[in-house]
Design a protein around this ligand. Structure first.
Ligand code: FAD
Length: 482
């Protein structure tokens, strides 16, 4: 029976460990954090999975669970095809995403959601990404359903809990507080994993230890000085250890190392700690109002498309502003909805006039009034704007119903985009494209899929799809090598 060591008990590592175990290996899953850290970023996530389906039947074959108010006898769910998924990922990476990884992600997504569901992960129909009941019919926009349980939008721990339970049931050996320190390679082949307790002999090692966003030094080096101090939205453990170990063992780097996923967050938000604690909700309401910097100027199209396809770049846009801060501004048309659905526990500032609001938040009043008045004049019937720079492409409605409301926002770093080069089966590849025998990687430890932008739900899907593939490939190839 092959011995497989998986490094990292996030979604990628759990998927890899379970699939390796199911393929017949003895599996040790190393986790740098304690048991209370299980799940990595997924534990703090919204639990959103982006996957392909051919219609409502594919969805109801996964779940019959409807959140309150979403139940309907009829479901209209236009197909979200493999081609559409691939086209979306490719477009959002400006054509840079590795087409083989894109195709594999799209192709295996539905099957992998079913696989997760077999392991006990529960999905539900909900309104978060635009599902709506109209005239007794549930309309699902192409893409995305969420995990079932939990309040609010940080439900990711509900994905992790059943997988951990399942991994323990099938006897994956979990070693908490035991980081991978290095990959041991003898000649051509990987032969073990070094931990602080010594070397664990292994026929294969799977790197599933996440990105490097939690390392100040790596942020400075790759993302730039403005990212040295930043709020983390997820795990404190993802310091790039596994990526570095894989590169030392001969794997090549892939993807863009100077970019990341970053959302707008409340600066007073505490960084998340234990996995079971739901993290503060990010400020995703930008699309319902305008974003201004501390000089009172708009600086970004707040509505280029659905928020779920755009929130990952709002943090980066804010990071480029004076003082690395901004304000989301609303009026009474949308303030209640923002507070209910898109701001979590963040406390806004409210004032009866724009100059009074400007004074409360310390922004030049004249500039803020000018920016909002220009914006109001530019709003068109169809929700776009005319004649302002930057435009607001959708959901532009005048801000003219006081009191006005402002949320203070800074960048919150979710994860980095650069990592180990892999093929679609999770083999770690050297810079010349040749596999490093016995070395595999998946999830946020890898590069090549996400570049400037990112469609919400594709990261959990990537973790599950490629984690599962890497675990299986590791066992198949270990058996072949004998
Ligand atoms: C707040 C938030 C919300 C999100 N929401 C969504 C969403 O709704 N949909 C979506 O698609 N994506 C979402 N994401 C992204 C998604 O959660 C991640 O892309 C995915 O979970 C990454 O999984 P991973 O296992 O590859 O990496 P990680 O989650 O980073 O897991 C890596 C694991 O490895 C461990 N580790 C680190 N170093 C070592 C070492 N040396 N040895 C052993 N173990 C080590 C870490 O402790 C961690 O447990 C969100 C992320 C955050 C932070």
């Amino acid at each position: 029976m092959p011995n497989i060591v998986v490094a990292g008990a996030g979604l990628t590592g759990l998927a890899a460990a379970i699939s390796a175990r199911e393929a017949g290996a003895d599996v040790v899953l190393l986790e740098k954090g304690s048991r209370a850290d299980v799940g990595g970023n997924a534990a703090f996530s919204g639990g959103l999975f982006l996957f392909c389906y051919d219609g409502a039947e594919d969805l109801t074959s996964i779940t019959q669970d409807f959140e309150p108010g979403m139940h309907a006898e009829e479901i209209v769910a236009p197909p979200y095809t493999r081609e559409a998924y691939a086209a979306e990922l490719t477009a959002m990476s400006d054509g840079q995403a590795d087409p083989k990884l894109v195709a594999a992600l799209a192709e295996r997504s539905l099957d992998t959601v079913r696989w997760l569901s077999e392991k006990g992960v529960r999905f539900t129909f909900n309104r978060t990404v635009g599902a709506q009941v109209r005239d007794g019919v549930l309309h699902i926009p192409p893409g995305q359903i969420l995990t079932s349980t939990g309040e609010g939008m940080s439900r990711g721990f509900e994905v992790i809990k059943p997988l951990l339970r399942y991994a323990e049931q099938i006897v994956v050996e979990l070693r908490w507080s035991t980081p991978l320190v290095d990959v041991v390679r003898e000649g051509e082949r990987v032969t073990g994993a070094r931990t602080p307790d010594g070397v664990l002999p292994a026929d294969a090692v799977v790197i599933a230890s996440g990105g490097f966003q939690a390392s100040r030094e790596s942020r400075l080096r790759h993302l730039g000085p403005q990212w040295e101090e930043v709020k983390l939205r997820g795990t404190r453990q993802a310091t790039g250890d596994g990526i570095a170990a894989a590169l030392r063992a001969g794997a090549g780097p892939a993807g863009v190392w100077s970019s990341c996923h970053s959302a707008a967050v409340d600066p007073t938000m505490p960084a998340p700690e234990r996995s079971e604690a739901s993290p503060p909700f990010p400020l995703h309401g930008f699309w319902l109002g305008v974003l201004v910097n501390r000089d009172g100027e708009r600086f970004v199209d707040e509505g280029p498309g659905p928020w779920v396809k755009n929130y990952s770049k709002m943090g980066k846009a804010i990071m480029g502003q004076p003082g690395r801060e901004a304000y989301e501004i609303f009026d009474q048309r949308t303030a209640a909805r923002v507070a209910d659905e898109f701001a979590g526990a963040a406390v806004p500032v409210s004032a009866p006039t724009l100059p009074a609001l400007a004074e409360c938040i310390g922004v030049p009043a004249e500039a803020l009034v000018r920016a909002v008045e220009e914006f109001n004049r530019a709003c068109r019937e169809d929700g776009s704007t005319h004649g302002i720079e930057p435009a607001k492409s959708h959901w532009a409605v005048p801000l003219d119903r006081p009191p006005f409301v402002a949320y203070h926002a800074v960048a919150g770093l979710t994860f980095t985009f650069g990592g180990v080069q892999i093929d679609p089966d999770g083999r770690a590849l050297a810079s010349d494209g040749a596999p490093v025998p016995g070395l595999y990687a998946a999830g946020e430890a890898t590069g090549g899929l996400f570049y400037g932008d990112y469609p919400g739900g594709a990261a959990l899907m990537r973790a599950a799809v490629f984690g599962r593939s890497a675990g299986r490939t590791a066992v198949t190839e270990a058996l072949q090598r004998g």
